[in-house]
Design a protein around this ligand. Structure first.
Ligand code: ATP
Ligand code: MG
Length: 329
């Protein structure tokens, strides 16, 4: 395996703090990775007049993966993260939802992944005022349905559940469901089922342990994945991946959290779990498992930041994880 190129965008606020913690953890692994820093976000805008300078975009395009902290939105300027998703065609948004030891969860045995189509649906940006009010266009293409469903079946172990509302949106969601079952035929060993989105919102609360991979269109995925994060301990713990044909980007679900920025108390777990997803994506399976297992031990022992009821600082928690990695390896 050749040396992998990972572009690091720390961003703003706690984005920088949790990224420093994650990089510190990664630094003790013997990884064949070259880390390249690039700039984006609010501070970058103040310095260079651009929320995502061309140079950063170029670096991102040439990378094997991007580690992204969090950026503060600059009103009236393009969003760095949305631009990256578009320019790199990161069509799949992947959010694992898992209950870790020591964390208060609705159920202990939750371990599912939400795969959200990231490029179209009601987020295509076709919206206009009309004489009567306003309207938005929901774009669903066969190609996008195919590639997101293929992606979901590839990562599933047991079952893929398509989430839609085809009883009302017969054409758009009807197409999504039709393509889902076409793709399912290529994966006879994986169970395929479909559920209405309103029912799914309920099932996430009442029987989340029944699901493996959920695949859905952009808007439903946006809503369900936040709901699901709430089931397993909230924002400080939720990692995500944005995957394209060529590039990939890994980021915590939370934002730059200006309310706690600069205090050194942000929970680095979501960023570290995003790095774990990156390691596995790049083929560093063993290292990914090692970091996740070390993190599990640290959470179990309650060596955590204030949001989880502990009294450690961001970097102290990273140090605990590093110690565990040394013990485990
Ligand atoms: P942004 O506009 O950048 O999204 P925000 O104000 O919406 O910022 P979020 O980062 O989305 O803030 O966080 C929402 C709330 O959750 C904040 O009160 C924040 O302090 C808390 N929070 C988010 N991430 C973490 C974390 N990693 N550790 C501790 N608290 C967090
Ligand atoms: Mg936010």
């Amino acid at each position: 395996m050749g040396k992998k190129k990972v572009v690091v965008i720390k961003g703003d606020g706690i984005g920088k703090e949790v990224m420093d913690a994650a990089l510190s953890v990664l630094s003790i692994l013997d990884l064949n990775i070259k880390f390249i820093e690039a700039y984006a976000g609010y501070e970058c805008f103040k310095k260079y007049g651009d929320t995502l300078p061309d140079e950063s975009l170029k670096k991102a395009k040439k990378s094997d993966a991007i580690l992204f902290g969090a950026v503060t939105t600059v009103p009236g300027q393009k969003s760095a993260i949305i631009t990256l998703r578009k320019e790199l065609d990161l069509f799949a948004n992947v959010r694992p939802v898992k209950c870790y030891p020591g964390i208060e969860c609705i159920r202990k045995d939750i371990d599912l992944t939400i795969v959200r189509e990231n490029t179209e649906c009601l987020y295509s940006g076709i919206e206009r005022y009309t004489d009567e009010g306003a309207e938005a266009v929901r774009v669903i293409t066969r190609k996008a349905c195919e590639r997101i469903c293929e992606f979901a079946f590839k990562i599933a172990n047991e079952k893929v559940t398509a989430v839609h509302k085809a009883n009302v949106l017969k054409k758009t969601d009807g197409l999504f469901r039709e393509v889902f079952y076409e793709v399912a035929e290529g994966y006879p060993e994986i169970e395929a089922e479909d559920v209405y989105v309103d029912a799914m919102a309920l099932y996430l609360i009442t029987k989340p342990q029944d699901f493996d991979v959920l695949v859905t269109t952009n808007l439903y995925g946006d809503i369900l994945s936040d709901e699901a994060a709430g089931l397993v301990g909230g924002l400080g713990l939720a990692p995500s991946a944005n995957i394209g044909e060529k590039n990939s980007l890994f980021e915590p679900v939370h934002g730059s959290a200006p309310d706690i920025a600069g205090k050194g108390i942000a929970n680095p777990t979501a960023m570290i779990l995003s790095s774990v997803m990156m390691l596995r994506h790049l083929g560093f399976e063993r290292e990914g498992d090692l970091v996740e297992n070390a993190l599990i031990e640290v959470l179990r022992e309650g060596k955590v930041t204030p949001d989880l009821g502990g009294n450690l600082k961001t970097m102290e928690m990273a140090e605990e994880i590093k110690k565990k990695i040394m013990e485990l390896s």
